[in-house]
Design a protein. Structure first.
Length: 156
């Protein structure tokens, strides 16, 4: 079973790049400068920000379906990120180095199954979840803080 992990499209966030801190607050967002390694996990490029890089912290509606699982949470996007990661059969290092909560959803956006995994256990867990023909997609979350990490689907 092949899988694809995609970062968020940058377009919905471009209007925030370069705004003053006051203007970001008007959008319910905040700027953070990475001060450690690993840094904050960017959701567009699916990588840890490097020390000194600027990120925008904002709330993101990652499960917009009108179901009991509708959900939003804080995410980081690296200011200036322009190209979404698109990985096939590869777990990005930013996810690999953290414990990940995998939540499998069907076409009606109801949760069918869930698993916790880290490191080398992430890819097999993704494959197990996607092996269920009723699962349409998987959401990955950083387990410690609960933040949305990425969407995972079957790859052609």
């Amino acid at each position: 079973m092949h899988f694809r992990i995609r970062g968020l499209a940058p377009a919905p966030f471009l209007h925030l790049y370069g705004l003053s801190d006051a203007a970001l607050r008007e959008h319910g967002a905040q700027r953070r400068i990475t001060d450690r390694q690993p840094g904050f996990p960017d959701r567009i490029e699916l990588r840890d920000a490097q020390p000194g890089e600027s990120l925008i912290l904002l709330n993101y509606l990652h499960q917009p379906a009108d179901t009991p699982y509708r959900s939003s949470h804080a995410i980081f996007v690296r200011e200036g990120a322009e190209r979404a990661a698109d990985l096939v059969d590869e777990v990005p290092e930013v996810m690999y180095r953290r414990t990940i909560s995998l939540r499998a959803f069907d076409r009606e956006h109801d949760m069918r199954a869930a698993e916790l995994a880290d490191g080398d256990a992430i890819a097999p867990a993704i494959r197990r979840l996607l092996a269920d023909p009723l699962v349409d997609y998987v959401h990955a979350h950083y387990a410690v803080r609960g933040c949305y990490a990425a969407r995972i689907e079957r790859a052609g």
